[in-house]
Write a protein that binds this ligand. Structure first.
Ligand SMILES: [Zn+2]
Length: 128
């Protein structure tokens, strides 16, 4: 008797419809991942823009400094601390150097040595 009733319910079209879900739950694949990927892409983009503007600022600064005259130095090693940490450099084979931080240019010039009295006398006697 009970079995017959269950069988009857099973075959009842209305009951069957009620059992069948109208909306299947949808799985949106990797929605979270996509969001973070977007975020990551935006960050990379922003970083790149920042990088470009920083490079441009440095380039402009160097360009400005290039128009300025050299700072004459009398040692091949020199240091610079113009609005940046103290750094040491050595001039190149041409005797020129530039600070990587502030693009300040340096030129090495041999220091005129003190002439001894006899050399001075010689200079006076044989002017070049
Ligand atoms: Zn400098």
């Amino acid at each position: 008797m009970e079995r017959a009733l269950m069988e009857k319910k099973k075959n009842n079209p209305i009951a069957k419809e009620l059992r069948t879900p109208k909306y299947k739950s949808q799985v949106i694949p990797n929605k979270k991942k996509t969001y973070f990927e977007d975020f990551h892409d935006k960050m990379v983009e922003e970083k790149e823009l920042l990088n470009i503007s920083m490079k441009e600022a440095i380039r402009q600064k160097k360009e400005r400094k290039m128009k300025e005259p050299y700072t004459i130095i009398h040692t091949k090693e020199f240091s610079c601390e113009d609005d940046h940490p103290l750094v040491y450099y050595v001039v190149n084979e041409k005797g020129e150097g530039m600070c990587d931080y502030c693009a300040k240019r340096f030129k090495y010039e041999e220091k005129k040595e003190e002439r001894t009295p006899s050399e001075k006398l010689q200079d006076e006697l044989e002017p070049i």
